[in-house]
Design a protein around this ligand. Structure first.
Ligand SMILES: Nc1ncnc2c1ncn2[C@@H]1O[C@H](COP(=O)(O)OP(=O)(O)OP(=O)(O)O)[C@@H](O)[C@H]1O
Length: 274
């Protein structure tokens, strides 16, 4: 059974042109999108800016309500879940956003930030909040003694590790990464990707990984969905999508990639061979 099933979700936005006489128009940002994610796998969603990736991710995370279709998690239809059912879903599905600084409250210590998901759920960790925050910091490769610092005292890559630590606090089954490494320098990006992959090996959760950078997607995914104008135009294993794309749009997208980072590719091949 799939962990997450997104079934034919649709989302429209009402837009208004410029000027006093401008008419409203309805724009379909996500159009009958369906995909499944198994426990422990990484499904990436790629596509150009505006293709509907983030809207799809937000629907899957129940941060946006679709106008049609459904979201099923662990066999339960959670499309309209409220109260306890929604809280259970939020416990199992966490999101890591693109800009670490705007998603971390600058007035809170890291200890408070990373343990916040537990606070929302009314859970007090065994050994206390500080010890748990320190454990989370260690898991994401940060100095546990820096728990009492504030977000501004960290670099961009470190701040994103804090965002990842917060996502891990409730032991989720699914982590949705919405352009989670896009804002980072290439070398830092590689380190954070390695971290994401290590955490998945250790804990066995799934990722929905939203990205426009195909080199990154090739590195991290087992399966890839390609979006264009609100629709999934191709969905297959990483090797099928990258090696033998069927859809014309996918072919164009792949042809536009300047280069796949050869170092990552060599590392991946080496890993797969062992
Ligand atoms: N709240 C909103 N109101 C109106 N239009 C929106 C809203 N959110 C998204 N859109 C539009 O929906 C379309 C899809 O946006 P979305 O952010 O999902 O795309 P994306 O593929 O994630 O792009 P990007 O990589 O630039 O974030 C875009 O045309 C965007 O302008």
């Amino acid at each position: 059974m799939s962990l997450l099933e997104v079934r034919g979700v649709t989302k429209e936005f009402v837009t208004r042109g410029e000027g006093a006489m401008a008419r409203k128009s309805v724009f379909t940002a996500v159009d009958k999108v369906s995909f499944e994610v198994a426990l422990g796998e990484t499904l990436s969603i790629v596509g150009e800016s505006g293709s509907g990736k983030s809207t799809t991710a937000r629907i899957a995370a129940r941060l946006l309500d679709p106008i049609g279709g459904s979201v099923v998690f662990d066999g339960q239809d959670v499309t309209r879940a409220r109260g306890k059912d929604l809280a259970r879903f939020r416990n199992n599905v966490q999101v890591v956003f693109q800009d670490p600084f705007s998603s971390l409250n600058p007035r809170y210590t890291v200890e408070r930030i990373v343990t916040a998901p537990l606070t929302y759920q009314g859970i007090t960790p065994k050994g206390g909040r500080q010890a748990y925050a320190q454990e989370l910091m260690e898991r994401v490769g940060l100095n546990p003694d820096h728990c009492r610092r504030y977000p501004a005292q960290f670099s961009g890559g470190q701040a994103q590790r804090i965002g990842i630590a917060r996502a891990l606090a409730v032991n989720p089954k699914l982590v949705i990464c919405d352009e989670a490494v896009s804002a980072l320098d290439v070398s830092i990006q590689a380190q954070v990707l390695e971290l994401l992959m290590r955490l998945q090996r250790e804990s066995g959760f799934s990722y929905v990984f939203i990205a426009h950078d195909l080199a990154v997607v090739r590195q991290i995914s087992q399966r890839v969905a390609v979006m264009n104008r609100g629709r999934i135009v191709e969905l297959g294993t990483r090797d099928q999508v990258f090696g033998a794309p069927r859809d014309e749009y996918t072919k164009t997208l792949l042809a536009a990639v300047p280069r796949i980072n050869p170092e990552w590719d060599a590392k991946r091949r080496q890993k797969e061979a062992t």
